[in-house]
Design a protein around this ligand. Sequence first.
Ligand SMILES: [Zn+2]
Length: 458
Amino acid sequence: MFHDTASVLFGVEGLQITGAEAGPGGTLEVWAVTDHPAAGACPDCGTVAGRVHEQVLTRPRDVARGLDPVQVWWVKRRWKCGNGQCGRKTFTEWVPQVPPRCRLTERLRERAAEEIAGRGVTPAEAARGNGMSWPVAHGAFAAVADPLLEQPPAPVAHLGIDEHRRGRPRWKLDEDTGEYVLLADRWHTCFFDLSGQQGLLGQVQGRTADDAAYWLAQATPQWRDRIETVAIDMCSIYASAVRRMLPGAQLVVDLFHVVHLAVKMTGDVRRRTVRGKYGRRGRSGDPEYGIKGLLVRNLEHLSPGQFAKVIDTLGKDPAGQEITAAWIGKEKLRDALNLRARVTGSAPCERDVRGRLFAFYDWCAQNDDIPELLSLARTVSRWENEIVAAVLTGITNSVSESLNRLAKLEGRLAYGFRNPVNQRRRVRIACTRGTRRRSRHVTIKKSRSVTGRQHDPG
Ligand SMILES: [Zn+2]
């Protein structure tokens, strides 16, 4: 073990620094020799060699010192194996930081991996910054990421399922029919921990019920039994997968999507009636166009003046009355959803929720000449149990949506992914990074064995 100050500052176990000087362009040139107890032992038979065969000069790449690159010149010895029975004639020295046949120090590899896994730098950027190739940087990242991701997930009480598109859909023009045919539309189904801090639990390629069921089938039956609720968008595919694989779990739909559907319905009615009234699409100057921003807002967020403007504008003709009916339908549906505890501050009662939903159905039945309103009522009644469960439990899929944003950001940073396995790895690391940060301060950091001389207390 070395003891001189330069070697301690350099901090690579087994390398003794013999000289250092400033090179061209701010490069720090460091000269080193081996000083490691195991360096002279034959890697095949373990015999400690006594005879030096030759000296070789190597240049392992190392981490930079501040902003300046470091150039290491390591004078290695090639030893002759003293064991006559051993098949190996000669071997060169190595130290743990620079294993045999490696041209990079381990700490340089670790830094690149940490940049990608811990700080969200892309492999291409980490490779550029650390003076290595993309495959080396990505390999270092995968070596760190895979053991983290292979750990089985901890029990989850509330599971979220969502999908995100992988890349863009590809179309091809059919020469015979002149129509565009969908060539590829690739999706990932993602599973999220809504109750805990585990983030993205896993992904599977595709978005069919079988794809989702496949991922759930890989978990242990004990893990599946612990799931109490599953939050999904209003997507019957995932609902059927959940009913098949998690028969004991309560299904809830994300209320944001229910409101979104109602708001979209209001817009659809407005566009259709405006087209019927003017024979063209709406434009600025039309009274209906002037209030379109107010119609999508929540009723309770309108000022008295804005409310009066909506009523005045729509009360004038049958087209406006139709839009008003759709708007009231949206607000009646929101009335039911607003019984959730986050809004009212008290636990909702199932009978009240169903009562308000009934008022919404009743309104839709009174206005059965508006097809969009009827279609919304049909969708809501199909998902009524799941909507009521969402209001009662207050569980939303918002964690999934926010992590989906991270997944999409990762795709943009990479300028798209060619390899789906790499994409899943990068996305999962990105969507679990916060969890690892939170748990870091409770884990004790591994201490390095590189130390200098003990200070003499006297
Ligand atoms: Zn040997």
